[in-house]
Write a protein that binds this ligand. Structure first.
Ligand code: SF4
Ligand code: SF4
Length: 394
């Protein structure tokens, strides 16, 4: 019987030992019909999560052993090494020097080299029209997306201070080149519209399958500021929103509080909650991760994760009060000056250009902040915390 497109394959992987990852990835490839389409002429893009310069053990980026296992599985199906490309665009500037450094620090350069597989550093980009996008009509994307005829999304299993979680769908934000990402944050400062944009992006990039690296995930104030937490799984599917529903269930997160999943559900791309009947592989492993920490912005009850950016949608009379709430009650970034090294990466990425570096320390101008938390993501020393009034935390 053919595996349904909604199937989510659970594959045990208790460590990043190469044979463990090879076996887990092979089980996913064997179960997904899409993988059977790979052949000698298939131009394959592997899209990991590189985010910023972090070593594999930080659990921020897709582990090189998982990427190596996926390359091996593609080669086993007849793919040619010269037709496989590993490519991503991290949060900062998108240029060859920056990308080379990212591939090196993440371990991906060393993982790909023995196979003769290239990590993409030319940093070219091009446009692609969305097919009936709800909020976006065209995206500028990194060139390998436009040239591939088979895309394998390779995200990391992580929490996210803005979107609650990041896995298969949100990882595609990395197909937008470098600082162009800031423009999308600026255009869609409200979480719900940002979620709609991510689903337009999903429908534009259209990956053929995804494998989530949940061998060790990242909990707490992710996608970079959290802590590593072993999960012991790889999860694969052709249906990325359904795969993320499964990840949300493992994290103990209500998927309808994840704006992009709510947007996907409204478009009929997934259900409102994961249905365990979709599990394949080893369903017995589908157990919420013990002690998994959600981001501070998602743990404070009804007051947390407050997004008042819809002030234009409430009656005029109440708008000043809504604006007041927006500024004071919602989680917001705060610089820990004792940790800040004044590198300026937060100022470089800030879509609102509301961060300045004075006397070697970062200063955030709160009035213009749209709480996208890009600064928090990009800080290399975890010097930007996510804070909110104590009243609104548990
Ligand atoms: S807050 Fe972080 S990213 Fe910003 S200047 Fe300080 S160390 Fe650099
Ligand atoms: S200060 Fe940080 S959270 Fe606020 S807009 Fe700039 S990058 Fe986004």
């Amino acid at each position: 019987m053919e595996t349904a497109k909604s199937a989510v394959i659970l594959s045990p992987a208790i460590s990043y030992a190469q044979t463990v990852c090879d076996n887990a990835v092979e089980a996913i490839f064997a179960a997904l019909p899409a993988a059977q389409k790979i052949g000698p002429e298939t131009k394959i893009l592997l899209k990991p999560n590189l985010l910023a310069k972090h070593p594999p053990e930080a659990a921020v980026t897709t582990h090189p052993a998982v990427v190596a296992a996926v390359i091996r599985a593609c080669l086993a199906r007849g793919a040619k090494a010269e037709h496989i490309t590993v490519a991503d665009s991290a949060g900062g500037v998108y240029n060859p020097g920056q990308m080379k450094a990212l591939y090196k620090v993440s371990g991906l350069a060393d993982a790909c080299a023995p196979f003769g597989v290239a990590c993409y550093t030319a940093c070219e980009t091009g446009p692609r029209k969305t097919a009936g996008g709800k909020v976006v009509s065209e995206f500028e994307l990194i060139r390998p997306v436009l040239e591939a005829d088979f895309i394998i999304d390779l995200p990391k299993f992580k929490t996210h201070v803005m979107t609650g979680m990041t896995a298969a769908c949100k990882n595609l934000f990395g197909t937008i080149p470098g600082l162009k990402k800031a423009e999308w944050h600026m255009r869609f400062p409200e979480k719900e519209r940002f979620g709609e944009m991510l689903i337009d992006l999903l429908e534009t990039v259209r990956p053929d399958m995804a494998i989530v690296d949940a061998v060790v995930g990242l909990e707490g104030d992710g996608p970079a500021g959290g802590e590593a937490h072993p999960v012991g799984l790889l999860l694969g599917s052709e249906n990325l929103p359904n795969l993320d529903l499964a990840c949300a269930a493992l994290m103990g997160l209500d998927p309808m509080r994840v704006p992009y999943l709510a947007a996907a559900q409204a478009r009929g791309l997934c259900a409102a909650a994961f249905d365990p009947a979709d599990l394949r592989g080893e369903p017995a492993l589908f157990v919420p991760v013990k002690g998994w920490k959600l981001p501070a912005s998602y743990t404070g009850g009804a007051g947390a994760n407050t997004d008042f950016a819809h002030s234009d949608r409430v009656p005029k009379l109440f708008r000043p009060a809504v604006a007041w709430g927006e500024k004071r009650l919602a989680p917001h970034p705060v610089v820990n000056r004792a940790l800040c090294i004044g590198c300026g990466k937060c100022a470089e990425i800030c879509p609102q250009q509301t961060i300045t570096i004075k006397n070697g320390k970062s200063h955030i101008g709160p009035k213009k902040c749209i709480r996208c938390f890009c600064c928090h993501e990009m800080c290399p020393v975890k010097a930007i915390d996510v804070k909110q009034l104590r009243l609104f935390r548990l």
